[in-house]
Design a protein around this ligand. Structure first.
Ligand SMILES: [Zn+2]
Length: 811
């Protein structure tokens, strides 16, 4: 008997015909958990596949649509791989140390440990609602002592292997976050976190020697299945350049300055040399007569940011020191200038100026009326600098040589005369890992009363983050305020000993988390070597492209180091990488300040998580992103309701499908398989929609076709899929079934063989579906390999289709 209760969304439908996502989804989530469906046994797995998505910062904001867009489709891929017969490990955890959590704590006045704990719980609840196949038993939280003891252990390994060192340097300082930043965290001169302009500050800091791996970081890129754009960004960031170091003697005195240049072939074009104003040589070589002007200029430069200094369009400034350098070949006297466009930490802090062939040197020479000499032909150096390649001129023994040969000859001369050598330079700088913030892993270093640094013995790890520190930023490391921290250090090491008060950059925490998931919280190793060997590298890694020159380069460096230290077998952590696109709202980027951020919760409550996930995937190819629309989601909802009405009611065990239904089914299997594999989930969903359109035309369909449809839904709408599967009499869970395969012979219901003629001669034939349109058939004809050869470069004057028989081209 039909009830009369109606749903407001579908007033024409009876309740029992309606699919009720909220009840169904919770039911299956419970069933999956109870069956431990997604728990992986690392040691027993036969066909391992590690599917990883970048873990979130628990900041107090709930999961937004951007998180869903990353996690939902990524889970779909993982589920598909599982149905293809792999043991899929898909973990989720929390990147809990660092500024987002700390800033939230400061804003709300709660200690970060408390607020982080609360936020993590909220996020787990929301994440569970997606219905992902996360193995929650292996979750992690980087702010817990069990985790950060390994962050500290990593520091100790780096220290032991001379990859961690402390030095005073001009470092990036964010006045708003009150902390130093790594070069990677400065975007266009601004703080990557808060957008404040970054200033330079001389501080003693801990660095990790990532530069030691520059060459390998670069070389390995060729073999990674990563987006080309990301690889290019890393290549540019590492910035390898081949060139020469050239020594210039200072006139009068024993000092010399060394420059690096990628164009040693232009040495004869040098008309002056420039030192960075901070260069220690400046003080030594400047005669008294010029000291006043030099010191005044240095003061002026201190007020400028690096970005202001290197801005190409700005007017060049500088002052002459009154000292001279000697040209290494001609012994000519070259004036030495200081100018802010030369940076102390870039290259050697001094440059040989070749105004004829370098844009900035040209602008500087024009401003200060310095000579410009052409030494490479091909441009017009009266008008502008010519930076290209050409033939050496005005260059003594180099004259007439093409640039490449001129470079070689110049380097050979310099090496012979002991005035320089060939060098390979990298733009990459060492990674600054210390931070003057509270919410991070304390650096496991203590200082004796003489100020000498000593690593803390491993047995004292985790070296706990004190709880009695001032967590609000004061510009001083918050840990200096902790009495307990100092007392603990003195008790363990002796009177007058002090702990390192800085904490570690949160990117250290995330540089090895993929290994700790595999450790299941184990205290013996960073990761069990056998498990690491079986499961690493990560087979599929999904995350935002904004990490290209931060997390994605740090993680590679750390994995390489660990391989060198003998703790892991692999050198690269992520075999394949995919970046999700951006979800916009009516064409605009979502942001809190614009108030247009889509919160998933209300939509999930109304339509269910399957519909929400499917709608996100239907917007466009995953890597392109898409534009959100409140009405668009209703279309997917209707599709789900139609499916629910159609499959169970039409499925008939005795029915045999005709060729048309079989063709539609196999076409859909092909579309879903290929769509999911390429992360083109939108085409996968379209494929299923087409299949449903066909099935709706028939009074009955075979039980096999209905069940196969349910399996196809497995990765894309996992709850609906299990509900349909079990309603149709399927045993076990969908995730335990084999992914359906398609039969190419069944793809077309009825095939026609169409001959293809070119200028009256038959050049091939094509198989097409009987239902194909004229346009489709002509396209197919053009796609024939042999026909292609004839059509290449030719102009088609006429296209004739004789129905069911032939296509004829006149060219
Ligand atoms: Zn900042």
């Amino acid at each position: 008997m039909l009830t009369t209760v109606r749903d407001i969304r579908y007033p024409w439908m009876h309740m029992e015909q309606l699919y009720d996502p909220s009840a169904v989804e919770l039911k299956w989530q419970k069933a999956w958990a109870k069956a431990k469906l997604f728990e992986v046994d690392f040691k027993k797995a036969k066909n391992p596949f590690y599917s990883l998505v970048m873990f979130p910062y628990p900041s107090g904001d709930k999961l937004h649509v951007g998180h869903w867009y990353q996690y939902g489709p990524c889970d779909t891929y993982a589920r598909y791989i599982r149905m293809k017969g792999h043991d899929v490990f898909s973990p989720m955890g929390f990147d809990a140390f660092g500024l987002p959590a700390e800033n939230f704590a400061i804003k709300t006045g709660t200690p970060p440990a408390e607020s982080t704990d609360k936020n993590v719980k909220t996020m787990i609840k929301q994440l569970s609602r997606i219905g992902t196949m996360y193995d929650w038993k292996k979750t992690l939280n980087t702010s817990e002592p069990d985790y950060y003891r390994w962050t500290q252990w990593l520091f100790l390994q780096m220290h032991k292997n001379e990859l961690a060192y402390k030095k005073e340097a001009n470092v990036n300082w964010c006045p708003s976050c009150q902390t130093v930043l790594a070069n990677e965290q400065v975007k266009d001169g601004m703080c990557e976190r808060c957008g404040t302009e970054v200033i330079q500050k001389a501080l003693t800091q801990w660095f990790w020697k990532i530069t030691q791996y520059a060459e390998r970081l670069l070389d390995n890129l060729d073999d990674l299945d990563w987006p080309e754009k990301t690889k290019l960004m890393q290549r540019n960031w590492i910035g390898r350049s081949e060139g020469a170091e050239i020594h210039f003697a200072i006139d009068a005195g024993k000092e010399q300055m060394t420059v690096f240049t990628t164009r040693p072939d232009t040495l004869f074009g040098v008309t002056y040399v420039v030192l960075a104003p901070e260069h220690p040589l400046v003080q030594k070589i400047t005669p008294k007569s010029h000291l006043g002007a030099v010191d005044a200029y240095k003061e002026e430069v201190k007020k400028k940011t690096e970005m202001q200094r290197t801005d190409l369009s700005k007017t060049k400034t500088g002052v002459a020191t009154g000292a001279y350098a000697l040209h290494p070949v001609t012994k000519e006297k070259l004036p030495i200038w200081i100018a802010d466009y030369v940076l102390m930490h870039y290259g050697t802090g001094c440059v040989m100026a070749v105004p004829g062939h370098d844009e900035r040197d040209f602008a500087f020479a024009k401003t200060f009326d310095l000579p410009v000499v052409e030494v490479v032909s091909g441009g017009d150096v009266d008008e502008a600098a010519f930076g290209g390649k050409g033939t050496a001129v005005n260059s003594q023994f180099l004259d007439g040589l093409p640039t490449q040969e001129a470079k070689k000859k110049m380097i050979a001369w310099l090496e012979d005369a002991d005035k320089g050598r060939e060098v390979i330079n990298y733009r990459l700088r060492d990674w600054l890992v210390s931070r003057q913030r509270y919410w991070g892993a304390p650096i496991p270093i203590v200082y004796d009363p003489d100020g000498k640094a000593h690593p803390i013995p491993e047995k004292h790890l985790p070296w706990l983050l004190p709880t009695d520190a001032e967590f609000k930023p004061t510009g001083k490391s918050p840990l200096t305020y902790s009495k307990e921290f100092i007392a603990r250090t003195e008790e363990l090491f002796g009177k007058g000993w002090r702990p390192e008060f800085d904490t570690m950059d949160t990117f250290v925490c995330s540089s090895f988390y993929y290994l700790r998931y595999l450790a299941e919280g184990g205290k013996k190793h960073l990761v069990d070597p056998h498990v690491e060997k079986t499961w690493m590298p990560v087979d599929m890694y999904v995350g935002g492209p904004e990490h290209a020159t931060m997390h994605l380069i740090y993680a590679r460096f750390v994995m390489m180091s660990l391989k060198n230290f003998g703790f892991v077998s692999e050198e690269e952590p992520f075999k394949k990488l995919v970046h999700q696109g951006l979800i916009t709202n009516k064409g605009a980027k979502m942001s809190k300040s614009k108030g247009n951020v889509v919160s998933p919760d209300a939509f999930v409550e109304r339509h269910g998580s399957d519909v929400f996930r499917m709608y996100l995937m239907f917007m466009g190819p995953f890597t392109d992103g898409g534009d959100w629309s409140d009405t668009g989601i209703k279309g997917i909802d209707r599709f789900v309701q139609r499916l629910w009405r159609t499959l169970p009611s039409k499925a008939d065990a005795k029915h045999k499908d005709d060729k048309v239904v079989l063709a539609a089914l196999h076409k859909a299997i092909k579309a879903v398989t290929e769509g999911v594999e390429k992360f083109h989930f939108n085409t996968a969903i379209s494929g299923m929609m087409e299949l449903l359109n066909e099935l709706e035309k028939h009074d009955a369909i075979s039980a096999t076709t209905a069940s196969t449809f349910a399996l196809l839904l497995g990765p894309i709408a996992p709850h609906l899929s299990d509900e349909l599967w079990s309603t149709l009499g399927g045993k076990g869970f969908v995730m335990e079934q084999k992914w359906p395969s398609y039969d190419p012979a069944l793809l077309v219901s009825d095939t026609l063989t169409i001959a293809v003629q070119i200028n009256g001669k038959v050049r091939g034939d094509v198989q097409v579906s009987a239902s194909a349109s004229k346009e489709e058939i002509i396209e197919a004809a053009k796609g024939n390999e042999n026909v292609k050869k004839y059509l290449e470069g030719a102009v088609i004057k006429k296209e004739i289709y004789v129905h069911g028989k032939l296509v004829s081209f006149v060219i």
